[in-house]
Ligand binder design. Sequence first.
Ligand code: SF4
Length: 484
Amino acid sequence: MTFPLQDVLALLKKEVQEYQVPVVDLIAAQTSDPFKILVATLLSARTKDEVTAAASRRLFARAGTVEELARLTVEELEQLIYPVGFYRNKARFLKQLPMVLQERFFGAIPQDIDALVSLPGVGRKTANLVLAVAFGKAAICVDTHVHRIMNIWGVVKTATPLQTEMALRRILPEQSWAEVNSILVAFGQGTCTPVRPHCDRCVVTSWCPRMGVTPRAVQAAGKRMALRRMEEKKFVSWNVNGIRAAMQKGLLEVLRGFDADIVALQEIKAQPEQLPAPLQHIDGYHAFWNPAQKKGYAGTAVLSKRAPLQVWHGLDEPRFDEEGRVLTLEFADFYFINVYTPNAQPELRRLAFKQDFNQALLAHMDRLARVKSLVLCGDLNVAHKEIDLANPKDNIRNPGFSPQERAWMDRIVEAGYIDTFRKFDASPARYTWWSYRFNARAKNIGWRIDYFIVDRASGDRVVEAAIHDEITGSDHCPVSMVFR
Ligand code: SF4
């Protein structure tokens, strides 16, 4: 059946009138000033709406015009807009903006996409949103919600927002371009959420093919179901490739968005005393750090809302433990292991070390799984099957896909452990890591090397497992699991 896109958008346009209005539309409803709409749109990238709204209010109280903005220093701008995502970068862009506008556009906000994307910090998404909202022009702003939902509906099969934008330009009549973003942002925040969408109460459900979606468990009435939901715990694992760099790229906002019970971080590349103030104490979480002895290298951390019964650092073997690769937390009814497995290195130079590490890790898992449920997550630095990487044939002898490393994953599965993501999703091209080279992420040339694994007896406790490849900020994306 062809997806009736225009009918569905018309239906959703009515439906989302009851929802919270996306922040940029809200600001547009309060002002028709293109300057304020441009600035608010810039602030809104990778930031929750309520944070953008508050930061915009503070900033516009001091700088409601291009001239007033020019008088603020970068430090003042940082203070005014904190804690929006990438606030340092955005403060620098805002500092440059008045000068560029004066020099090249006589102080006015330009009205075409090429000119807009030439402004500091303005990408195509922001430019399209400004054109549509501030100037009422025919432009399609494809943000993460539009890109994600159009792929879920099977309207497009695209890897990047730009590809989605180009496809929608061909599919949709021009008069509906401007409103697509505000409809789908509201719908994506309220119903078709990135994690566990509310398919059970969605008006689109009878048409939606739900491509790549794990719906929220249907909420049956009754106390037993309510209790069961209360018992559900959300876990997130993310190789942040340097926690300080990730913080600059919106780590705290991503964590706030997940609101997970436990967050496992790998490759933190920092000692606790090197952490900037916002990471020293993260509201609502107990933090456990296991840095490598060598500065700026490897290391793991776990944030937990609930205090664990006890915590172990490492595998009790100095040559592994000096690299800060394993953290184990014990809770009343499960163990939680966060692991950052060594890379086998080019020409498999470190394969023997990795194999020894894997053997020690498996022994640790087996010991704990005999006592109670076991959850292991992290960057295992191995793609298990051909489906788990984009170019299996080219990587057959490379680190991360060598027969020896894959054989260890076979052993894990033979020992009864479950790769939870594959319990829910058997589709190809679901990756968690992309090289920074060759534009690999945009082309989705990736590898699935980050996992949530549970012991055989705990398979029924897993409610959901997901990959969050829409979240950037590292060369890996987060993975998550809901456990009860
Ligand atoms: S049925 Fe589910 S996946 Fe489809 S649009 Fe509705 S909420 Fe999203």
